[in-house]
Structure formats: structure tokens, C-alpha cells
Ligand binder design. Structure first.
Ligand code: KG4
Ligand code: ZN
Length: 331
């Protein structure tokens, strides 16, 4: 089976081809244009997707050394994400599939992030826990199989990626904030500033990052620009520590609560190297998996791969694709 995946939920225009469980080509065009605005501008994102979609698809078909007619299905992200961006991808996918007279399959972006962990790891066994940390989500899922998910906990307000993005903006760093804070924190003292970690002492699987962002804002106002510039690496390292430490503390609590010893970490924040190194210290003895770095952030490999899993399981019911910007993965 040869499936073309398309991903346009936010500011990455991505396409990939999956052939019998193997990714044979992949392309991502990240929209750097948003950096100048300090965040994603929805209108611009849709227009950029329109510009680059056909280039992305031609490129993955060429890389895969196939003809477009060889495709058996087109898979596309239908939510959650930005309305215009999603609509651009879904319209393109539906047009292509209808021209080729093949199936068009709508995929849940969050479910795809979970399954990014399984690409190239067919031996992966259920159940496992998934810490899903992106620009819009911070959740811990129990995964018992395809479409068998239970939400153990999530954030009450900002997502972990959003905390990185807003923190970077406060510190005068560029967008996206995660890589910028990670870079700025190199060689910094993680314990220089004691930033708050909400719910650290509670047994509940819950997150909140809005207080952390306010604490950083107050700290910066109090210390002044010159002090912040001089101590940037310590402040960035302490802020990053507050985020990665609370994420892993809650994941550890979830492991202890459920007795499930396999965990997967996915979404853009999973690309963070401090999170990866700290997970080795905090979750020793557990089976901890991260996707390859390029599969943490948005990509179409996970879309094509998950669609193939749907088809293998006989779920080809989603031909009338509805775009749902606030789509929630059902528990
Ligand atoms: O999964 P993703 O690409 O898009 C969404 O579905 O939201 O995640 C994007 C988020 C952004 O907030 C970005 O700052 C964060 O992932 N991110 C990182 C890193 N790379 C991307 N956060 C921390 N460290 C990184 N290295
Ligand atoms: Zn994502």
C-alpha cells in the first residue's frame, strides 16, 4: 500500500510517502516568515501552505521514485489546528484524491504525534503512556491500542510549547521559543532562579504554565533589561528547568500510578535535549522512547503512517472529511 501524507495544521507544510509501514520520502517546509511577527499569523500560514503544497507533494513523489498514479490513498490532518491552514490541506488532499479516484483519509494530529513514536519501531507493545507536549497541547495519555486512549491528565491553561514561546518573547528571543531558549540556556545555571512548578507537590496529573510565564515577566521587570542581558543563560536555563522538570515529574507519577513501564514522549517540545537527558535520570529503569528529532515537530510521516494503521485495522470510514480546529482525541 502506498499512502501520501499531508500536514498543514499550523506553520509547517509537509508531505511524506509511506509504503507498507516504511517511510520512503518526506519533506517539510517550515514557514520562517512568522519569525518576524513573533508567532504564527493564521492568514499568512494558509497562504504559505497554498504556495508550497504542490511543491512538497511533487518533491516526495520524486524522492520516492514513484508516479502519482501509484498512490493508493491520500491522508491529511483534519484537526486540531488553525482553521484556514487545515482547510488548505484538506481541500488540496481531497482534490488530489478525487482526481486520482483513490481514498482520502482524515487524520487526528494528536493521534499522529503519538504514533510518531512507533514509526520504525514495529516491536512497540501496548500499553504505553504518552507524554504529548506541543505548542497547543500538554497531555498524558494511556494508550492501549489504535483508537484505545485514556486521557490521564492535561494542562489547565498554557501548553508547554506555549510556555517556551511566551518565555522566549519575554526574554527578547526569537520564535519558535523552544529551540531559542534551549540554545540560550547552554552553560547556564538551572538553579539560579527558582521559578514555580505548578502542582509539583500534588498527586494530581495536571499541569499549569501560566503562573510560570507571569513569574518570568515579573522577574524581568524587577531585574531590568541590563541584568537580564548579562544573566540570560542562567535565566533561560532556570526557566527551561522549571518546564522540563515538572513535565517529567508528572510522567513519573503517571508511571507509578498505572504501573505501565513503557513511555513515549512526542510533540515539538520532545525535541528538547535537556528534557531528553533529564528523562534518563528521572525515569531510570523504565522504557522511555523519543521519536527522532524531525518527527517531534510537525511532519507528514506520522500522518501517512497512522493512516496506514487505520486502513490495516479496517477504519476507512472517514471519507467525508470534516475540518475540526479544536478536535479532541476521544478517550
Ligand atoms: O508539535 P509542534 O511542531 O506543533 C504543534 O502541534 O504545536 O510543536 C511546536 C512547539 C513550539 O511551541 C516550539 O517552541 C516547541 O514545540 N519546540 C521546542 C523545541 N523545538 C520545538 N520546545 C523546546 N525545545 C525544543 N528544542
Ligand atoms: Zn504538532
Amino acid at each position: 500500500m502506498i499512502i501520501l501524507g499531508i500536514e498543514t495544521s499550523c506553520d509547517d507544510t509537509a508531505a511524506a510517502v509511506c509504503h507498507n509501514g516504511e517511510i520512503i520520502s518526506s519533506f517539510v517546509s517550515s514557514q520562517d516568515i512568522h519569525t518576524a511577527f513573533g508567532g504564527v499569523v493564521p492568514e499568512i500560514a494558509s497562504r504559505e501552505h497554498e504556495k508550497y503544497l504542490s511543491i512538497a507533494v511533487s518533491e516526495v513523489v520524486r524522492q520516492a521514485d514513484i508516479q502519482i498514479r501509484d498512490l493508493d490513498a491520500v491522508a491529511v490532518t483534519r484537526g486540531p489546528g488553525l482553521m484556514g491552514a487545515l482547510l488548505t490541506g484538506v481541500s488540496f488532499a481531497q482534490g488530489l484524491a478525487s482526481g486520482l479516484e483513490i481514498l482520502c483519509i482524515g487524520v487526528d494530529h494528536i493521534e499522529a504525534h503519538i504514533f510518531a513514536n512507533i514509526i520504525s519501531r514495529q516491536e512497540f507493545i501496548y500499553p504505553f503512556l504518552c507524554l504529548l507536549i506541543s505548542g497547543g497541547h500538554t497531555q498524558i495519555w494511556r494508550v492501549d491500542g489504535l483508537r484505545c486512549y485514556q486521557l490521564l491528565g492535561e494542562t489547565r491553561d498554557d501548553a508547554a510549547g506555549e510556555a517556551f514561546d511566551k518565555g522566549a518573547r519575554i526574554l527578547g528571543l526569537s520564535y519558535p521559543g523552544g529551540p531559542a531558549i534551549e540554545k540560550a540556556s547552554k552553560g547556564g545555571d538551572e538553579f539560579a532562579v527558582d521559578f514555580p512548578q505548578a502542582f509539583l507537590k500534588s498527586n494530581d496529573i495536571e499541569f499549569s504554565f501560566s503562573g510560570l510565564k507571569t513569574a518570568l515577566l515579573n522577574y524581568v521587570h524587577h531585574q531590568g533589561k541590563e541584568y537580564v542581558r548579562k544573566h540570560l543563560k542562567d535565566i533561560a536555563a532556570s526557566y527551561q528547568w522549571a518546564i522540563v522538570h515538572i513535565l517529567l515529574s508528572k510522567l513519573l507519577q503517571s508511571v507509578e500510578l498505572t504501573g505501565i513501564r513503557s513511555v513515549a514522549i512526542g510533540g515539538g517540545v520532545a525535541a528538547n535535549m535537556r528534557l531528553r537527558s533529564l528523562s534518563k535520570e528521572m525515569l531510570t529503569g523504565y522504557n522511555v522512547l523519543f521519536p527522532k528529532k524531525n518527527l517531534c515537530t510537525d511532519n507528514a510521516e506520522m500522518v501517512a503512517f497512522l493512516a496506514e494503521k487505520y486502513l490495516e485495522a479496517g477504519f476507512d470510514d472517514d471519507t467525508d472529511i470534516k475540518v475540526v480546529p479544536n478536535l479532541r482525541l476521544s478517550s
